[in-house]
Design a protein around this ligand. Structure first.
Ligand code: CA2
Length: 145
């Protein structure tokens, strides 16, 4: 089965534990469980990872070049700052879907620009944690077409 990495950036370990009015009540463990179950149905193996460190996320993307067929990525605040993550994603040949739980376009203007969007094949914004599942469905289409 194709492997999809679901990469999460800084502070997303707090999902479901703080600011539920913005990010909802589901934890990252809930997202991991839901994605694994949907992945089974779609014929995808999933592995969810989270780090608060930019370099760790770059390293995981490099590893994905050898091990994974697709990437779902919510880089957190690094979305708006990280050329390093953009460059790493440019070196990954498979499809990449960018996810944001909140509607970043309804929020501060510094959240309106994403470096990662310059590489992403699709972007899902403001659909809550369901966005991860929508991203998996899109990857299933792209990987099996
Ligand atoms: O909406 C998203 O998914 C974001 O990527 C989340 C980032 C934010 O910097 C982006 O602009 C949009 C922040 C992640 C912080 O996650 C938390 C979750 C619960 C409690 C506190 C932080």
């Amino acid at each position: 089965m194709p492997l999809v990495l679901i990469l999460n950036g800084p502070n997303l370990n707090l999902l479901g534990k703080r600011q539920p009015e913005i990010y909802g009540r589901e934890t990252l463990a809930d997202v991991e469980r839901d994605c694994a179950a949907l992945g089974q149905d779609l014929g995808l193996q999933t592995r969810l990872l989270q780090s608060n460190h930019e370099g760790q996320i770059v390293d995981w993307i490099h590893e994905a070049r050898e091990t994974a067929q697709g990437i779902v990525i919510n880089p957190g605040a690094l979305t708006h700052t990280s050329v390093a993550i953009l460059d790493a994603l440019h070196a990954f040949e498979g499809p990449v879907i960018e996810v944001h739980i909140s509607n970043v376009h309804k929020r501060e203007s510094f959240r309106h620009h994403s470096y990662v969007s310059l590489r992403a094949d699709g972007i899902i914004v403001g659909c809550g944690t369901q966005g991860y599942q929508l991203a998996l469905r899109r990857l299933a289409t792209l990987l099996t077409a």
